[in-house]
Design a protein around this ligand. Structure first.
Ligand SMILES: CC(C)(COP(=O)(O)OP(=O)(O)OC[C@H]1O[C@@H](n2cnc3c(N)ncnc32)[C@H](O)[C@@H]1OP(=O)(O)O)[C@@H](O)C(=O)NCCC(=O)NCCS
Length: 250
């Protein structure tokens, strides 16, 4: 239990630029309190103590403004930031490392009991403030949902969906490699770090160009060697670390 609490706290410090230290997170973050109380209510629900589960969830709602049905399944390091007005339905499933902002509903559109009525968020999904995700479909791993979007159908992994009804504005393969790398890490508020900074863009462009040229040279040298043209006199250089440099200029 303490291991999970520790990883929850450090994941919040990693993801919220406003978080200053573990004590502050432990005492002042309603999203953390809601997730911890949900673990207890979910366990009660699983043990058949349905009323107790509902009651703990009700207390958590009063304390945090976040309503999570005890039947919902929540993975590790899920961060509900600010959280006020978040509603998570009974059959919702939230994968590890997801981030949910205030005012989000993971809700249903069907009244039929015993069916999967609420969405599944795969690993690392980010749901922007006020977004409504309604139905028993899946939001793919690493996808982002814009603030105030109303999502009524599946979102592919890595895609960005915005608007009402939500439409996919960007698919994983349309992101440049730097954005894909950033998405594999965490982008606070779902936004690519320094995405609009022209100097940063220029540096990333130069690094990517240098990496592409290094690759071309490797191909040319391999072709020369296989044609029997020796290149032994060429000095051996260190491998160009494009990923490391891209990280440095972020
Ligand atoms: C959706 C989001 C993740 C996109 O971030 P991004 O990957 O950097 O994408 P961009 O900002 O380049 O936007 C892509 C397109 O979607 C549009 N867009 C972005 N967010 C939008 C939103 N919430 N609603 C409608 N359109 C939106 C942009 O205008 C842009 O359109 P264009 O291609 O026609 O210019 C981000 O804008 C967002 O809403 N994050 C949630 C932030 C949040 O909830 N913060 C709460 C903090 S308390």
């Amino acid at each position: 239990m303490f291991t999970r609490l520790r990883e929850d706290i450090s994941s919040i410090i990693d993801r919220d630029p406003a978080a200053r230290n573990a004590w502050e997170v432990l005492t002042c973050y309603p999203g953390l309190h809601a997730v911890v109380m949900h673990r207890i209510s979910h366990a009660c629900w699983g043990w058949g103590l349905k009323w107790l589960g509902r009651f703990i969830s009700h207390l958590a709602r009063g304390l945090t403004g976040i309503e999570i049905h005890p039947g919902a399944t929540i993975g590790r390091r899920v961060f509900i930031d600010h959280g006020f007005g978040v509603v998570i339905g009974e059959t919702a499933e939230i994968g590890d490392d997801c981030t949910i902002y205030q005012g989000v509903t993971l809700g249903g559109t069907s009244l039929s009991k015993g069916t999967k009525r609420h969405p599944t968020l795969e690993r690392g999904v980010i749901i922007g403030a006020g977004a409504q995700v309604l139905g028993g479909f899946t939001v793919g791993a690493g996808a982002k949902v814009g603030s105030n979007a109303v999502v009524v159908k599946e979102v592919p992994p890595g895609a960005t969906a915005v608007g009402n009804p939500a439409r996919v504005v960007r698919k994983e393969e349309q992101r440049d490699p730097r954005e894909q790398a950033a998405a594999r890490m965490f982008a606070a508020y779902g936004v690519t770090p320094n995405g609009d900074d022209p100097l940063s863009k220029a540096l990333h462009g130069l690094i990517d160009q240098a990496a592409a040229q290094e690759h071309q040279l490797e191909v040319i040298l391999a072709a020369l060697r296989s044609a029997g043209i020796g290149c032994e006199k060429l000095e051996e250089l260190d491998k160009f670390d494009a990923a490391g440099l891209n990280k440095l200029v972020e």
